[in-house]
Design a protein around this ligand. Structure first.
Ligand SMILES: *[C@@H]1O[C@H](CO)[C@@H](O)[C@H](O)[C@H]1NC(C)=O
Ligand SMILES: *[C@@H]1O[C@H](CO)[C@@H](O)[C@H](O)[C@H]1NC(C)=O
Ligand SMILES: *[C@@H]1O[C@H](CO)[C@@H](O)[C@H](O)[C@H]1NC(C)=O
Ligand SMILES: CC(=O)N[C@H]1CO[C@H](CO)[C@@H](O)[C@@H]1O
Length: 432
């Protein structure tokens, strides 16, 4: 084909591009290797999030293109994140996010190893993510994440069975030796200055039975939480994660009663000021918190004084095709189906949520979609406290959702998803 013809075809291509649709609100409009539209629909502004990603955020300009002003330090900050889309439906409270999230963190996994989603755990299958117990250097990872990336929270999953050293009988008394090992991880977390989420990783179950619905009585769960909370009652940087990922719980109202029992026990143990995370059904799905009935049921849970101070909804969301967190590629930012409707419900009901598990593969698609998700959460930081990536700790860096940094003689290297999207120093979306 003659060069002249190619040139003509090129012109056709260019003119096709010039009439190409502008990016939608919250759509991508720039970034390394981005080949799509670089202008935004009316009412939104193309905003540089970081080198990888510019996004159309609601704002005054009628149409705009991202300026190439990403800070050379790589900490490009958004020009406008203070407003989000106008909520639909009867409640029209506008978003009042500051553009900065309170928390960003990583799950430091290992004490939950040996736990299955039916609530069976093998206490001796737990693998402490601490070098002193022959695990990965979780303490070093956390120091790195705080000092080099600007993270300020870690979620520390642990099995109920490990805490009590009882695999098949649900008891509430902590096993001193096992708790000392877990507490070593908590203390390593606290030593970094970060907040630390104690996450009982049992899926609303113990040994296959649902708490308060055929399994352990609510009083047993409450006594377990009372014992844990008594250990940390004086530390304001502990966050209590009542339960990881309840699922297939038949009666959500009964489950809210189980959560209430745990909250009451935590407060009555003297932990009166800390945040407590309230988990809904369907794997704490952010997408179905409202539609599944969890939001309404958990909205009745209160502190002993009747207030809801510090009671935060716990929500998870992955970005892969079936929301399972098992694929290396991401296909969604979850904004339209999950974060936007959830933000509206939370705002209209005066509540907040914390996204304590999210993640994706170390791939370009996940970097892009994760940046979008975090940007949206930050624009709605009046109702979203932050995000925690799954996972580092004892996961091998080759794990599909691995966020485990590698240590070469004291120099830590992050995975692509952390360095491209989740690190607060990279995305600029976390209050320092
Ligand atoms: C529990 O975990 C230990 C250590 O990994 C293993 O040796 C043992 O076989 C496991 N027990 C069961 C019942 O899976
Ligand atoms: C909520 O999700 C669970 C699965 O986790 C399901 O069993 C239940 O039927 C759902 N409830 C509603 C009201 O959608
Ligand atoms: C659980 O949540 C997922 C999305 O996170 C949704 O696709 C699924 O339909 C939900 N299941 C139930 C039973 O609500
Ligand atoms: C999405 C994901 O990685 N989920 C993990 C949650 O925690 C359990 C227990 O550690 C893992 O088996 C899951 O893979």
């Amino acid at each position: 084909m003659a060069a002249r013809t190619l040139y003509a075809l090129g012109l056709v291509g260019l003119s096709a591009l010039s009439v190409k649709a502008q990016s939608a609100v919250y759509g991508q409009c720039g970034g390394i290797s981005w080949t799509g539209a670089t202008t935004c629909v009316s009412g939104s502004t193309c905003t540089v999030i970081n080198d990888y990603y510019s996004q159309c955020l609601p704002g005054s300009a009628s149409s705009s293109t991202a300026t190439a002003t990403t800070a050379s330090s790589g900490t490009g900050t958004p020009t406008s994140t203070s407003s989000a889309a106008t909520p639909s439906g009867s409640c029209t409270t506008p978003a009042a996010g500051s553009g900065k999230l309170r928390f960003a963190g990583v799950n430091i996994s290992g004490f939950d190893f040996g736990c299955n989603s039916d609530g069976t755990c093998n206490a001796s299958g737990a693998w402490p993510p601490l070098s002193v117990y022959y695990g990965h250097d979780g303490a070093g990872q956390m120091s790195h994440f705080v000092n080099d990336d600007g993270y300020n929270v870690f979620r520390l999953p642990v099995g109920w069975q490990f805490l009590t050293d009882s695999d098949t009988t649900a008891v509430s008394t902590l096993n001193d030796a096992n708790f000392a090992e877990y507490d070593a991880l908590v203390q390593a977390c606290l030593a970094t200055g970060a907040y630390c989420i104690v996450d009982v990783h049992n899926y609303a179950r113990f040994d296959g039975e649902i708490i308060g619905q055929g399994g352990p009585a609510n009083s047993v769960l409450a006594a377990l939480w009372g014992a844990i909370a008594a250990k940390y009652a004086s530390n304001s940087k502990i966050i209590f994660g009542v339960m990881n990922e309840p699922h297939d719980v038949p009666d959500i109202t009964l489950w809210a009663g189980s959560v209430q029992a745990a909250v009451t026990a935590i407060r009555n143990a003297g932990a009166t000021i800390q945040l407590i995370l309230l988990p809904g059904n369907n794997w704490t799905s952010a997408e179905t918190l409202v539609s599944n009935g969890s939001a309404a049921a958990l909205n009745t849970v209160t502190n002993p004084d009747g207030s809801i101070t510090g009671l935060i909804f716990d929500v998870h969301k992955y970005l892969d095709s079936d929301n399972s967190g098992t694929h290396s590629d991401c296909v969604t930012n979850n904004i339209d189906n999950a974060w936007q409707p959830l933000a509206e419900w939370l705002r209209c009901n005066g509540r907040q949520a914390f996204n304590t598990e999210t993640g994706g593969g170390n791939t370009a698609s996940c970097v892009t979609y994760m940046n979008q998700q975090i940007a949206f959460q930050a624009a709605n930081s009046d109702v979203f406290l932050g995000y925690v990536g799954w996972a580092a700790g004892n996961f091998d860096p080759s794990y599909v959702l691995g966020e485990t940094p590698t240590d070469n003689g004291g120099t830590w290297t992050d995975t692509l998803l952390v360095s491209g999207a989740m690190s607060p120093k990279v995305n600029g979306f976390v209050a320092s």
